[in-house]
Write a protein that binds this ligand. Structure first.
Ligand SMILES: NC(=O)c1ccc[n+]([C@@H]2O[C@H](COP(=O)([O-])OP(=O)(O)OC[C@H]3O[C@@H](n4cnc5c(N)ncnc54)[C@H](OP(=O)(O)O)[C@@H]3O)[C@@H](O)[C@H]2O)c1
Length: 231
């Protein structure tokens, strides 16, 4: 990949792991942050200041990217600038629009979460977080871009639930997954077409770490939107 991969939220806890993994693989990385600070990031990354809530800030930040990983943390206010609506719905749509502005077709990896299809879950009390997340996912699935939607379970900094990674697609489960496993999955998804057009949940469980991500992605059902297009 000669063009950079933009990691929106690339200075955050998951985003910085994605950033480091990409750099380790020799991929150029552009960290997109509201307040980029060189000292907190590895040498060699490009830094761009942008806020997904404000579409015009994204044009330069996403220009010419081969891929985008969106790891933005939603606010929990019911409305206003720190609400899920502005960050993980409007913000996702703004990023998609900026990505396509110059006719680009970057692979868009969206970090969402489990529970998005369970409206009755208590997390939906916080600014209708789950509803807006799902609508943000839908915007990605309907964008026409190559995409992957990942729904991590509860994120942990250690692999407390085990090293094995289980992928599911019915959004009925609950559990934990480490940020490092999600970062690994995000980078693996960008290596080829196996995860394109897939939406899935991630869990850790006891066992060995993944040896072949493409094989795991290959077992997943393609999303219906792709079936509609005859892919
Ligand atoms: N915590 C969990 O159990 C859990 C479970 C499933 C999914 N998730 C999701 O996984 C993702 C990563 O989680 P994390 O714990 O690694 O999050 P994190 O450390 O809080 O990082 C998220 C990043 O979002 C960026 N951000 C927030 N608002 C933004 C905006 N308006 N424009 C641009 N960037 C913005 C921030 O970057 P700057 O401050 O640099 O701008 C921040 O570094 C999030 O979407 C989270 O909701 C979390």
């Amino acid at each position: 990949m000669h063009s950079p991969v933009a990691v929106i939220g690339g200075a955050g806890r998951l985003g910085s792991l994605v950033t480091r993994r990409l750099l380790d693989e020799g991929v150029k990385v552009r960290v997109v942050s509201r307040n980029p600070q060189r000292g907190r990031l590895p040498l060699g990354v490009e830094l761009h200041r942008a806020d997904v809530r404000y579409a015009d800030t994204l044009t330069d930040a996403l220009r010419g990217c081969s891929a985008i990983v969106f790891t933005v943390e939603p606010g929990t206010a019911d409305s206003g600038p720190d609400s899920p609506e502005t960050t993980v719905h409007d913000g996702v749509r703004n990023a998609l629009a900026a990505a396509m502005e110059q006719g680009g077709r970057p692979h868009f990896v969206l970090i969402s979460q489990i529970f998005v299809t369970r409206r009755e879950h208590p997390m939906n009390a916080y600014g209708r977080l789950l509803d807006w997340r799902l609508r943000g996912e839908d915007a990605v699935r309907e964008s026409g871009l190559p995409y992957t939607v990942m729904r991590p379970s509860w994120l942990t900094d250690d692999r407390i639930a085990g090293d094995r990674v289980r992928l599911e697609q019915d959004d009925r489960g609950d559990g934990w997954v480490s940020r490092s496993a999600v970062a690994e999955a995000s980078v693996a998804a960008l290596r080829g077409p196996a995860a394109v057009g897939r939406t899935f949940e991630l869990y850790n469980e006891p066992g060995r770490p993944p040896a072949d991500w493409d094989q795991m992605f290959g077992r997943l059902r393609p999303d219906r939107v792709l079936e509609r297009w005859g892919a």
